[in-house]
Design a protein around this ligand. Structure first.
Ligand code: 6R9
Length: 566
């Protein structure tokens, strides 16, 4: 079974009402993602179908049917209400990839509250800025992650509840903590809050070059895009076993790791454990995964593990592979074709777009190394960086630009409407990436148009890392850029000047690295620190990251006329 029609066929007379009709939604209706992902599938008589097959690093297994999703998310919704939480409140999910994370999101949405997923590897400072900005009322978490919250609790006056999903008597509850067991709190009925198309649903934080992370605000209507893109690009059918390897702390893990698959009624599998090629292949073989949505860093890591290991497993179940998050190099596409008999198809989108925008649409001729073409209904081009007019000549590099108005587009940046407005130029939404379009209309990714570092598919703000570096007692000044990396594409590199009285040493280096890892996350931790006597600055005193970046990447340095110390 497959949903694929030809690209041309899909584009002709395309209208998002195709998705609305399939979902039985009409303008003005109540639309609640939590309901669509559980109750609706049960109402179709499919409550007994497996919705989630889960396994962790110790081999523990759990499974949930669609009816389990329904009653467990009802239970979560009712419990949140019993704490006085209600529509519009921001409720953070801060957990490993355990079932409570996935089903908890539905429970939050069912009461009309706003779900704020945060990556469980975040340290206290990363958490603090995001919880403070959102004015979050409650955090649903595990015992092992709660300590990070206690460190910052006195600076978060809005935070009223820390909900512990794995409470046991061995450790007493601390300030603001309350215990909740999802499996014990199943509830058949829940009055679902009547959210409408424009009611807020999710708040995902993303990194920018300057300033603190921005809260990307989505609405329940995003479902219309997420459902149809998953159906046509990921080609999910009800007979599939679907595996999205992204963590729901990031947008791929929610749009295509919770919302779209469950709105489509498919069985999805989740592996809550670290990466190893062997373990991944074993997992695919065991659960007979058919559709696999992953990322270039993972594919490059599998490539590194080699072809021999692939042969030890029966992966004949796989039928469709899609990638997202970073540039998918042509070698990765040809490698996957060779070893799995299937190419990875690229897809391009971002937290702000909410759903897939550009893709190698199944059935279309694939050009390895290209991101493909715009999804039906998406008007996209590349524009001149000065005039924001579309570049007419094929092959010229410009800024990617989309006509606003697709259903899953963010509605604003939380408490930052000004920055949101700044994302629009000449009537286009500007995602901040550079590309070129070839004569056949295929997009080729060139790079980001800002200093944000994309390491292993995760965006890291150099500004955030620099700010925390400055909090370290030994650091006088810092500049953070990316440097090339074989597997992760880019990793974080810090240039640092030390304060008088501090000397370079191995201990200090480790201490600085750990300082960042604990406060921000392992992703943001510099892989290399270079100590310098001074940093290149503009005459107005701004650090010129561009110069340091060019040096790392062996690129032309360009115009340095504004440089202070040249
Ligand atoms: C979904 C997601 C978005 C940024 C985006 C771009 C980069 C995403 C890509 C890609 C090259 C692709 N990006 N997909 N670059 N090829 N297929 O990743 O969201 O975390 O917000 O990142 O990632 O730079 O603007 P997000």
């Amino acid at each position: 079974m497959s949903n694929i029609g030809s690209y041309e066929e899909r584009i002709e007379n395309f209208d998002w009402s195709i998705s609305e009709e399939e979902l039985g939604y009409k303008e003005g209706d109540v639309i609640n993602i939590g309901w669509y992902c559980s109750d609706r599938i049960c109402a179709q008589g499919k409550g007994d179908r497996p919705a989630l097959l889960w396994e962790n690093s110790t081999g523990e297994e759990k499974s949930y049917t669609y009816d389990d999703l329904r009653v467990c998310s009802n239970g979560i919704g009712a419990f949140l209400r019993s704490l006085g939480l209600k529509e519009g409140d921001r409720i953070c999910l801060f957990m490993d990839r355990i079932p409570e994370l996935y089903i908890g999101l539905l429970g939050i949405l069912k009461i009309g509250a706003i779900a704020q997923p945060l990556f469980s590897a975040f340290g206290d400072e990363s958490l603090f800025v995001r919880l403070e900005n959102a004015g979050t009322s409650a955090v649903i978490t595990q015992r092992k992650h709660a300590s990070k919250l206690h460190k910052i609790l006195d600076r978060l006056p809005d935070l009223k509840h820390i909900i512990i999903v794995d409470y046991d008597e061995t450790r007493p509850l601390k300030e603001k903590e309350v215990a909740f067991s999802m499996d014990a709190r199943r509830q058949d009925q829940l009055e679902i809050f009547p959210t409408r198309a424009e009611s807020p649903s999710l708040l995902h934080y993303t990194s920018g070059t300057t300033g603190m992370p921005k809260g990307v605000q989505h609405v329940h209507y995003s479902l219309i895009s997420q459902y149809l893109t998953a159906k046509w690009v990921l080609d999910i059918t009800e007979d599939d076993i679907y595996w999205c390897t992204a963590d729901p702390g990031w947008v791929t893990g929610t749009s295509y790791g919770i919302i779209a698959p469950w709105a489509l009624g498919v069985t999805q599998v989740v592996l809550d454990s670290g990466f190893s090629a062997e373990n991944w292949y074993r997992f695919i073989q065991k659960y007979r995964v058919t559709v696999w949505y992953s990322a270039p860093t993972a594919i490059r890591s599998l490539m590194k593990a080699g072809e021999e290991i692939v042969k030890q497993f029966d992966l004949s179940c796989l039928r469709h592979l899609v990638s997202v998050g970073e540039p998918l190099n042509a070698e990765a596409v040809t490698w996957s074709e060779k070893v799995f008999g299937l190419p990875f198809l690229d897809s391009y989108w971002q937290t702000e777009t909410g759903s897939i925008m550009i893709t190698n649409f199944p059935g279309m001729k694939i050009k390895p190394g290209s991101m493909g073409k715009t999804f039906p209904g998406i008007v996209g081009t590349v524009v001149d960086p000065q005039t924001y007019e579309p570049l007419q000549e094929p092959g010229r590099i410009g800024l990617i630009a989309f006509r606003p108005g697709w259903p899953a587009m963010m509605r604003t940046y939380w408490k930052n409407e000004e920055t949101y407005q700044g994302k629009f130029k000449n009537g286009w939404y500007m995602p901040g990436d550079r590309a070129r379009i070839d004569p056949q209309g295929y997009f080729w990714f060139i790079g980001r148009d800002d200093d944000v570092i994309n390491t292993a598919g995760h965006l890291v703000s150099p500004f955030e890392v620099e700010s925390v570096l400055l909090e370290h007692p030994a650091v006088a000044e810092s500049a953070v850029v990316s440097k090339p990396d074989e597997i992760n594409m880019e990793v974080v590199k810090a240039f640092v000047t030390l304060k008088p009285g501090f000397a370079v040493s191995e201990e200090l280096e480790l201490e600085i690295m750990n300082f960042i890892r604990k406060k921000l996350s392992s992703l943001a931790m510099p892989q290399e620190i270079e100590y310098v006597d001074s940093l290149p600055k503009t005459r107005s005193g701004k650090i010129m990251r561009r110069l340091l970046h060019a040096k790392e990447w062996g690129e032309e340095i360009g115009d340095t006329s504004t440089l202070e110390n040249d």
